[in-house]
Design a protein around this ligand. Sequence first.
Ligand SMILES: NC(=O)c1ccc[n+]([C@@H]2O[C@H](COP(=O)([O-])OP(=O)(O)OC[C@H]3O[C@@H](n4cnc5c(N)ncnc54)[C@H](OP(=O)(O)O)[C@@H]3O)[C@@H](O)[C@H]2O)c1
Length: 183
Amino acid sequence: MPDATGPTKSAHRPSILVTGASGNLGREVVDRLRGRGARVRCLARERPGPRPDVEWAVGDLTDPAVLRAALAGIDAVILIWPLLDSAPARGLVAELAAAAPRVVYVSSTAIDDEAERQSDPIVQVHADMEALLQDAGLHPVVLRSASLHRPESNRTTDHVERLTGRPPRDFATWARDHAPEFD
Ligand SMILES: NC(=O)c1ccc[n+]([C@@H]2O[C@H](COP(=O)([O-])OP(=O)(O)OC[C@H]3O[C@@H](n4cnc5c(N)ncnc54)[C@H](OP(=O)(O)O)[C@@H]3O)[C@@H](O)[C@H]2O)c1
């Protein structure tokens, strides 16, 4: 999907690893990064279809060896954590600390910084992931995102709107608005 801003003009084209790259959110992020001229390496357990403009690192996020290989030569990581538990992220965080790329973590706007425990398990995972990354000294850029949807999935839209009283933003708009923070 082309980006209105076009590729960056800087001589250095950063190499960016995107985890969860084949998912709803990851696909939009990859498209936007490519639109800005970044070199993109995608991590997921399965390579979806042929896509010659990105590299693939196929494997499990919880396998440190997969992460070590995926991080070679990478300047920045857009970390989308798809698991419902932060404990398996410890190996990943250790590999990030060793490789020291810039880390952008996609978190949740529902985190309550004053609360000891978060309101639901998914929000708790995001709070725990933020803490793991901070404690490892990675100084992550944390994007606390609201609920997102794909425009074609009206059931999700209705559900989110009923629960939150607000319409969800679509993935494409979110990725476009945050693109400068990925540089
Ligand atoms: N949706 C939202 O509104 C929203 C808002 C804020 C934050 N987020 C965060 O973004 C995450 C992703 O959301 P999404 O809607 O894009 O999910 P999704 O469509 O289910 O995508 C999940 C991605 O993670 C990969 N994956 C899953 N398990 C993996 C593993 N063990 N190792 C490596 N890759 C794995 C999947 O590919 P494979 O199955 O091929 O591995 C896929 O690329 C959510 O879990 C949430 O933490 C979402």
